[in-house]
Design a protein around this ligand. Structure first.
Ligand code: ATP
Ligand code: MG
Length: 181
């Protein structure tokens, strides 16, 4: 039996993708945010879907830890009556995200739920991949959301697919404060 290969390379930064239809994509990203904060990195979370009005618990906790938190969505977009406006907001959000990625100011940027505006054709996946490829060498990136496009998976170093074995929601249990938001 061959001895397991030792991990010898020390990457200056990595790209993580949390995808799949089970619970845990965003919360795993926020768990990593906790680790990054402990190392003194500057961290920015950009949420592409959640409304700024609906302040999720993780936003309050992260902000208290000095994490920059930015919600660009104007609510759950699939409920929006004005899809054109939602698209414009998402594009504007991506523009700012690109600047933050290129800025060199951060050790970790979380692009939470970015797969949705990509899959709706609002943000070109090629642009996202290019921004990730050309990022400052020490910037780590985590992208989350269901149905991560192939190009995003390809540019990532670590891809995790959360599989839904069971979800309380399927039994009619609604989102729980402290667990789901
Ligand atoms: P979480 O934020 O809890 O880690 P997630 O990021 O994996 O979830 P999203 O698709 O972003 O999943 O889910 C947004 C909301 O829907 C969250 O409140 C989450 O708990 C809930 N949710 C996640 N997975 C499922 C599922 N399979 N069925 C129903 N609701 C779900
Ligand atoms: Mg999520």
């Amino acid at each position: 039996m061959r001895a397991p290969r030792r991990a010898e390379k020390r990457a200056p930064s990595v790209v993580l993708v949390n995808t799949g239809d089970g619970k845990g994509k965003s919360t795993a990203a926020f768990g990593t945010v906790l680790r990054a904060v402990a190392r003194g990195w500057k961290v920015c979370v950009i949420q592409f879907i959640k409304s700024g009005k609906w302040k999720v618990g993780e936003q309050q906790s992260a902000t208290a830890l000095g994490v920059e938190w930015w919600t660009i969505g104007d609510g759950f977009t699939w409920d929006s009556k004005d899809m054109e406006r939602s698209e414009a907001v998402a594009r504007e959000g991506w523009k700012v995200s690109k600047e933050k990625i290129a800025s060199g100011a951060y050790g970790l940027i979380v692009l939470d739920e970015i797969t949705y505006p990509i899959n709706w054709g609002w943000i070109p996946v090629a642009e996202v991949v290019e921004a990730i490829r050309n990022r400052p060498p020490t910037l780590n990136i985590i992208a989350t959301g269901r149905d991560a496009p192939a190009a995003l998976i390809e540019v990532a170093d670590t891809v995790t697919e959360m599989r839904n074995r069971k979800h309380a929601f399927d039994r009619g249990v609604r989102a729980i404060r402290g667990i789901d938001f």
